[in-house]
Design a protein around this ligand. Sequence first.
Ligand code: NAG
Ligand code: NAG
Ligand code: NAG
Ligand code: NAG
Ligand code: NAG
Length: 257
Amino acid sequence: MQFYKFSGLFLVLYFTVAFGAYCDKETLHFSGLKKEGTRLYLSGEGFSPSCIKGYREAKPGGRIICQNGTWKGHFPPCIVVNCSGAPPPIQNGRVKRYTGTHGSGIEYECDKFYFLARDSTVQCLFGEWKGMAPFCKDTRCLPKSLSHKKGVSPDIRNLTLSGESLKVQCIEGFVPSGVKPLCSRGVWTEYGVSPCKELNCTVSEVPNGTLTEIGERKVWRWSKFRRARKETFVKVTKGETRSPGHELRMFELMACN
Ligand SMILES: *[C@@H]1O[C@H](CO)[C@@H](O)[C@H](O)[C@H]1NC(C)=O
Ligand SMILES: *[C@@H]1O[C@H](CO)[C@@H](O)[C@H](O)[C@H]1NC(C)=O
Ligand SMILES: *[C@@H]1O[C@H](CO)[C@@H](O)[C@H](O)[C@H]1NC(C)=O
Ligand SMILES: *[C@@H]1O[C@H](CO)[C@@H](O)[C@H](O)[C@H]1NC(C)=O
Ligand SMILES: *[C@@H]1O[C@H](CO)[C@@H](O)[C@H](O)[C@H]1NC(C)=O
């Protein structure tokens, strides 16, 4: 380093004395210009500028020449490149407008039924597309994304449009509960209950006996192993309904409608 400094100083003195004027490449402050190579140039000497990635030569084949102590040539020697490649594509949407100029962005738009859930940060920087592409989200709702969906038909062919309520379709053994979830921008507004409820069983026939169910159950316990139990049965008549899982005594004659 010492030697370099010393020899540099020596060269400066030498050029100043011998040739009157010289140019130092270090004094060329232009963005994108490669700084490698000889530092000092005599009057009349020059070089072809080359540029770093993201820039290109402003005047291809042009030269920068040292003329009596000052640099002459086409300035700035390097210019930022634009984006020539196609902008990044997105799902369920497309590019609406873009120029590809350095620093510019891209305008995207979503397909029908979709909305921009995240804005684009894509920008052309030094010839490359950088940033995050936007995200197009479906405004429609699927029955499978309901959180209360017991007995709801999972058929996803019929999507619910934003602003509309679910056209309730229940699987076998279930009937609409009257609660209709509302779809807004791809998100369901539910009311804490499933849109379908289990079908109850109706006692369709009472046989020549009595159909009963446990009305009351009492358990007496006077030690760990000794206890007595008493159950009271009540009569069930035709036409009454019971929820699924309920058990009737004696005949268990039940028919589901
Ligand atoms: C270079 O500079 C010197 C001193 O300033 C001057 O005498 C000479 O004429 C200049 N030559 C040219 C070619 O400009
Ligand atoms: C980039 O695009 C701008 C605007 O269209 C243009 O002025 C500029 O010269 C272009 N740069 C390059 C390196 O082509
Ligand atoms: C889908 O919607 C159409 C028209 O509203 C209806 O006729 C059809 O039964 C629905 N199918 C399903 C599986 O939801
Ligand atoms: C079944 O019975 C329960 C209780 O009796 C009732 O709350 C419910 O609404 C009934 N369900 C149907 C589908 O009728
Ligand atoms: C009920 O009694 C009648 C007459 O005794 C008989 O004909 C009928 O088969 C009985 N029904 C059942 C379900 O046992």
